[in-house]
Design a protein around this ligand. Structure first.
Ligand code: F6P
Length: 542
C-alpha cells in the first residue's frame, strides 16, 4: 500500500492554501478585467472544447494545482494505469478500460500477456451478433424476427449502455425497441415488457459477476415470462445471451456459453461500456457507430496520456474539482447538459464519480483529513433552469457546475436550438458576473426588492462544447469524466476502483429477506427501528 506523504503535509498543499487565501476575495468581474482569460483558459481535445475561464482562478492557481498534481505522483499513476499495473490495490487488479478502446491496437500487458487479441476477438463476435439481429438473420425460437432487445443489468451493467443508447438514439435502428431493466422493483419488468411479444424479444443478461441479486431475479423472471408463452425450454437459447466474466454461473443459469460475451476482471463495472457490456448499445446503433464511439474514447485517452498537465483537459477538470472541494469547501458538483439526448448522462456520472471517489480512507487505510469526491447531480437544460437554478444563483452554497452543449442539433426544428444555446450561454454569464445592487437599482427595481433581485455572481462554471453529439464526441466526453475522476482519486490518495461501501447493505438485505420470507418468523435481533419496520411489513404486506 502507498507510503506517500500525507496530502495536507505537502509543501504544495500549503502553498495552494496560501494562494487560496490571497485570491478568495477576487471576483470574476475583476479577473476578467485583468487578462485575456478566454484564450488562456481554453483547451481543445478529441473534438471537445473546454472553456474554463469562468472559474475563480488565476494563472498562478493552475500552476499551483499542477505542482500539487506532480507532487502527488500523477504522472507515475497515469503510467501505471496505462501499463496495466495492479493499481486497484484492495482487489489486486489492473484497471484497463483504456485497453477496451485502444484503437491503435498496441500491445497492453497484464501479467506479461497481451490483452488486445482477446478484446478484438470479443468485439468481432459482438459485431457479428449485432449484425445478425439487425439484419434479421438471428431469429427467435418460432422463426420470428427479433424486434425487441432488453438489457437486464444494474449499476455499471446498466447505466453506461442505457445512457449511451439514449444519447445516440438518433443513430439507432428505429425498427428495434431497446430497453433496460435494472430495478428489483417488479414494476420495472412489468412496465418494460407489457407491450412486447416474447417470440420477438431477446434478453441480454449483463452482469460482471452474474450473482447480483437484482439482475439474477429479473433474469429468472424474464425466463418465466418467455416460457409462459413459448412453452419450450429450448427457446432460451434463441432469446437469451449473457455478458459476464463468470462462465460457470452463466452456464448454471441455462445460457449456452456459446452465447456468452466475455469480459475481464480488470474492467470495473462503471468503466465497462466499451466492453461487451455495450452489446445492447451496439445492437441499437450498429457496430460501425459503436467503433466510432470507441475512437472518441481513444482520442481522449491519448490526450490524457500525452498532454502536459496544464493543457490536459481531464487533469484541469480534476484539479478544479480539488480547488473547489478542498479550498472553497464545495460539497457538490452539478453537471448540466443542454441536450435532451444526454438526459441520463449525469446518472451515469453519479456512479462513475461517487462509487469511485466516495471514500474516506486513504491507501494506507487511514482516515483522510480532507474532503474527497463531491455529490454529483444535475438535469438537462433548460429543464433545470425552472427547477433548481434558483439555488445555484442565489443560495448560500457554492455549486461548481459543468455546462455541456453542441453547436448543431440532431433535430433541426425552427429556432429551438438557438434558444437552447442562448439559455446555456446566458446561464454561465449570469453565474459568473451576477448583478450588483447598483445595477438592479439603476434598472428601476424598488429599493425593498433590490436585495432579492441582486445576484452575487462569482459562481464557477466550465463550458464544454462540441460541434455535434456524434458517437465519437460521446466517447470523448465519457472518457473525459473517467479520467477526471482518476486524477482526483490520485490527488486524494484513495483507491478509486473498488466499491466496498456497497457490501454492508447487500449483506443486511440478504439477511432481512430471509426474515421476511421464512414461514416460522424468526426472532428479530436488529435495532428497535429496523425490527419494527420488518414487523410492520410482515403484518401488512398481504
Ligand atoms: O453494487 C455495486 C456494483 O457492484 C457495481 O459496482 C456494479 O456496476 C453493479 O453492482 C453491478 O454488478 P454486476 O455487473 O456484477 O452485476
Amino acid at each position: 500500500m502507498s507510503d506517500r506523504q500525507n496530502l495536507v503535509d505537502t509543501a504544495e498543499w500549503a502553498a495552494l492554501q496560501r494562494h487560496y487565501q490571497e485570491i478568495r476575495g477576487l471576483t470574476m468581474r475583476e479577473m476578467f478585467r485583468l487578462d485575456n482569460r478566454r484564450t488562456e483558459f481554453t483547451v481543445e481535445a478529441a473534438g471537445l472544447c473546454l472553456d474554463y475561464s469562468k472559474n475563480r482562478i488565476t494563472s498562478e492557481t493552475i500552476q499551483r494545482l499542477v505542482a500539487l498534481a506532480e507532487a502527488c505522483g500523477l504522472r507515475l499513476a497515469i503510467d501505471d494505469m496505462f501499463a496495466g499495473r495492479p493499481i486497484n490495490g484492495t482487489e489486486n487488479r489492473s484497471v484497463l478500460h483504456i485497453a477496451l478502446r485502444n484503437r491503435s491496437n498496441t500491445p497492453v500487458l497484464v501479467n506479461g500477456k497481451d490483452v488486445m487479441p482477446g478484446i478484438n476477438s470479443v468485439l468481432d463476435r459482438m459485431s457479428r451478433f449485432a449484425d445478425s439481429i439487425r439484419s434479421g438473420e438471428w431469429v427467435g425460437h418460432t422463426g420470428r424476427r427479433i424486434r425487441n432487445i432488453i438489457n437486464i443489468g444494474i449499476g455499471g451493467s446498466d447505466l453506461g449502455p442505457a445512457m449511451a443508447y439514449e444519447a445516440l438514439k438518433s443513430y439507432s435502428d428505429r425498427n428495434l425497441t431497446v430497453r433496460f431493466i435494472s430495478n428489483i422493483d417488479s414494476t420495472h419488468f412489468v412496465e418494460h415488457t407489457r407491450d412486447l411479444d416474447p417470440a420477438e424479444t431477446l434478453f441480454i443478461v449483463a452482469s460482471k459477476t452474474f450473482t447480483t441479486q437484482e439482475t439474477m431475479t429479473n433474469a429468472h423472471t424474464a425466463r418465466e415470462w418467455l416460457l409462459k408463452t413459448l412453452q419450450d425450454s429450448a427457446s432460451v437459447a434463441r432469446h437469451f445471451v449473457a455478458v459476464s466474466t463468470n462462465g460457470p454461473a452463466v452456464r448454471e443459469f441455462g445460457i449456452d456459453t456459446a452465447n456468452m460475451f466475455e469480459f475481464w476482471d480488470w474492467v470495473g463495472g462503471r468503466y465497462s461500456l466499451c466492453s461487451a457490456i455495450g452489446l445492447s448499445l451496439m445492437v441499437g446503433i450498429g457496430p460501425e457507430r459503436f467503433i466510432e464511439m470507441l475512437e472518441g474514447f481513444h482520442a481522449m485517452d491519448r490526450h490524457f496520456f500525452e498532454a502536459p498537465f496544464a493543457e490536459n483537459m481531464p487533469v484541469i477538470m480534476g484539479l478544479l474539482g480539488v480547488w473547489y472541494g478542498n479550498m472553497f469547501g464545495a460539497e457538490t458538483h452539478a453537471v448540466l447538459a443542454y441536450d435532451q439526448y444526454l438526459h441520463r448522462f449525469t446518472a451515469h456520472l453519479q456512479q462513475l464519480d461517487m462509487e469511485s471517489n466516495g471514500k474516506s480512507v486513504n491507501k494506507k487505510g487511514e482516515h483522510v483529513g480532507y474532503q474527497t469526491g463531491p455529490v454529483i447531480w444535475g438535469e438537462p437544460g433548460t429543464n433545470g433552469q425552472h427547477a433548481f437554478y434558483q439555488h445555484i444563483h442565489q443560495g448560500t452554497k457554492l455549486i461548481p457546475a459543468d455546462f455541456i452543449g453542441f453547436m448543431r442539433p440532431r433535430n433541426l426544428l425552427g429556432d429551438h436550438h438557438d434558444k437552447l444555446m442562448a439559455n446555456m450561454f446566458a446561464q454561465t454569464e449570469a453565474l459568473a458576473f451576477g448583478k450588483t445592487a447598483e445595477e438592479a437599482a439603476a434598472e428601476g427595481v424598488p429599493e425593498q426588492l433590490v436585495p432579492h433581485k441582486t445576484f452575487s455572481g462569482n459562481k464557477p462554471t466550465n463550458t464544454i462544447i462540441a460541434d455535434e453529439l456524434t458517437p465519437g464526441v460521446l466517447g470523448a466526453l465519457i472518457a473525459l469524466y473517467e479520467h477526471k475522476v482518476f486524477v482526483q482519486g490520485v490527488i486524494w490518495n484513495i483507491y478509486s476502483f473498488d466499491q466496498w461501501g456497497v457490501e454492508l447493505g447487500k449483506a443486511l438485505a440478504k439477511r432481512i429477506l430471509g426474515e421476511l420470507q421464512s414461514e416460522n418468523k424468526p426472532e428479530l435481533t436488529h435495532d428497535s427501528s429496523t425490527n419494527s419496520l420488518i414487523m410492520r411489513y410482515r403484518n401488512r404486506r398481504r
